[in-house]
Design a protein around this ligand. Structure first.
Ligand code: SF4
Ligand code: SF4
Length: 207
């Protein structure tokens, strides 16, 4: 016959002392409660938060509309439509640019596979996680919402390539030096809090 576990008789003084002793000792332990949203604790530096579409140092967009991020996404959260750059209307240094770009944050599981797939380092992830909204439509972020802001010295596209006449010139370090902006700057979220991490990545093409 199986051995019965030791059970304190209901209402015994020892059981009472054990129960209240645990409660009493807990009162003197360090409290870990965070008074969010009044006290904001930034997440770990490599936290996967909302995405950012980055720019080259002259302001042109790094996205070339290739759709590799959309194909890599296991949740089918990204929608991309590419467009052709022309001699008079250029948005990226390549042949094509991301004409329509959307990320559906109702679907995204923040796995980061899309940023691994991006050949131009256009797409990166920030530390922003305050994405709760009261309607579904606003959780589909558009290209305008995802684009990194223009830093000092950048020019809003469309405009010609300012870092060299051809793609070879464009991606050399020398051509980018006059456009150096120092440390990448951070965005602010809707609550005015800084968005950190790899929020804005100004610099060379890593293709
Ligand atoms: S983080 Fe993952 S789920 Fe979200 S858009 Fe990128 S690939 Fe898709
Ligand atoms: S974000 Fe990167 S992978 Fe996605 S369409 Fe643009 S260039 Fe291609």
């Amino acid at each position: 016959m199986a051995e019965q576990p030791d059970v304190e008789p209901t209402g015994s003084a020892l059981g009472f002392a054990k129960g209240f002793g645990l409660t009493f000792s807990t009162m003197f332990k360090k409290v870990y409660t965070q008074q969010y949203p009044f006290d904001f604790y930034p997440p770990a530096p490599r936290y996967h938060g909302r995405h950012v579409l980055n720019r080259h140092p002259d302001g042109l967009e790094k996205c070339v509309g290739c759709e590799l991020c959309a194909w890599a996404c296991p949740a089918d959260a990204i929608y991309v439509e590419g467009g052709d750059n022309t001699a008079t209307e250029r948005y990226s240094p390549g042949e094509r640019y991301g004409k329509v770009y959307q990320i559906n944050y109702l679907r995204c599981i923040f796995c980061g596979l899309c940023i691994e797939a991006c050949p131009t380092r256009s797409l990166t992830m920030s530390n922003e996680y305050e994405l709760a909204l009261d309607n579904r439509q606003d959780l589909i972020y558009t290209k305008e919402q995802l684009m990194a802001p223009l830093l000092p010295g950048m020019e809003a596209p469309p405009h010609p390539m300012r870092l060299g006449d051809d793609e070879k010139d464009y991606y050399t370090v020398e051509s980018q030096e006059p456009f150096a902006h120092g440390e990448p700057q951070s965005l602010a979220n809707v609550a005015g809090r800084p968005i950190t991490g790899t929020a804005i990545e100004v610099g060379r093409h890593h293709g």
